[in-house]
Design a protein around this ligand. Sequence first.
Ligand code: ZN
Length: 187
Amino acid sequence: MTILNEILDYNHKFVEDHEYEKYETTKFPNKKMVILTCMDTRLLELLPKALNLGNGDAKIIKDAGALVSHPFGSVMRSILVAVYQLKAQEVLVVGHHDCGMSGMKPEPVIESMKDRGISDETFETLSYSGIDIKQWLQGFENVSESVAHSVDVIKHHPLLPSGVPVHGLVIDPKTGKLDLVVDGYKN
Ligand code: ZN
């Protein structure tokens, strides 16, 4: 059975058995916060448990590395929508140790793309179009610095209203222990 069919079969039963009832909530976060974190598999259940979050408690945005790669990209837009439309009052950026984006170099990724059939011509076309693929695929060296940088981009965004605390934390993907990098109440 394919992954998709497995999901669809399970889902049919899930709905039929009213399993959803225990998750019923609204689109407004009970704890009035929006969290930007990483897509890491180890954080799927661990992060909400370690932060005492249940369904409905927070808006959670995930990408590789918990990065705001562009101040007018979709991550920053999601944060602003959470603040202006969904009643989030605080922002948390939660990076983690042993992140796939930590120390990631663009060259091996580009090699993998070529191995999978992406042509040199495609890279040249992108380059002529002003897209710096190497820069785009560059990871970070230090997770605390990366979190602090993301906090800085969010905090100083021209469209973020004043009075919204932006906190920075790093979570251990094994124990769930949080280390505070930026206390948003002090900035
Ligand atoms: Zn990660």
